[in-house]
Design a binder for this molecule. Sequence first.
Ligand code: NAP
Length: 252
Amino acid sequence: MKTYDLTGRTAIITGASRGIGLAAAASLADLGANVVLTSRHQEAADAAAASIGGTALGVAAHSVDESAAQACVDTTLDHFGSIDILVNNAGTNPAFGPVVDQDHSRFAKTMDVNLWAPVLWTGLVWRAWMQEHGGTVINTASVGGLAAGPDLGVYHVSKAGLIHVTKQLALELAPRVRVNAIAPGVVRTRLAEALWKEHEEQVASVTPLGRIGEPADVGAAVGFLAGDGASWITGETLVIDGGQLLAPSTGG
Ligand SMILES: NC(=O)c1ccc[n+]([C@@H]2O[C@H](COP(=O)([O-])OP(=O)(O)OC[C@H]3O[C@@H](n4cnc5c(N)ncnc54)[C@H](OP(=O)(O)O)[C@@H]3O)[C@@H](O)[C@H]2O)c1
């Protein structure tokens, strides 16, 4: 049984110009899926799609811009005829420091991109395809959404909310659509540079598996959750962190 084969299926991955989103798109494409990669910038989306090759397509769409999101859904259906997999991956973290010191604009931006956009895109894809034909949704949360920690409180609240939204959507969209989340620890990407760039060895030393994460570590998990091998898994959050949650706090 080829439980990982995604031949003939189509995936949209938001925030896929680099990092975890690009690795998720590469993993899904390796398994046979057509992939549509979004970025806020068309050139970046095109470059990411070109790096994957094959049928990969880049589409510019700020993740909270509803008309751009709808246009991406329409373009995907025009090009490939289905949307079987949605990876809500675009994320941001403009707020650093104690929660009580944040202003409304940073709080709202974090919640808009990290929490509202996954709801928006899931609704659009549900109405356009998955309600009738089924599919699967994967939300990129964080280990930071599973426990309170210093400095990134607003971001952590948004990811905790996303983990709950994942459960809520899994309940509401079953049985046709499975909805799961991934919760990466510290992964070598631009967004997380403050967590590893100046002290990678220290983070690795408190990570049971002895290194920080690479985007491909997370991409592989997305490939698993998207496929039929995960067909009885919904509402779950898969931690991908080299054991960091088992050890003293490293962020995320
Ligand atoms: N790296 C980690 O340690 C870690 C740990 C836990 C969770 N995460 C989560 O993983 C996800 C991906 O982050 P990353 O670490 O891979 O960071 P990254 O390499 O900096 O990539 C972030 C991606 O999100 C896109 N993006 C940002 N804001 C967007 C918006 N409003 N609309 C559309 N796209 C947007 C960026 O595209 P453009 O700039 O081209 O628009 C880029 O493709 C995020 O949800 C993040 O919270 C990361």
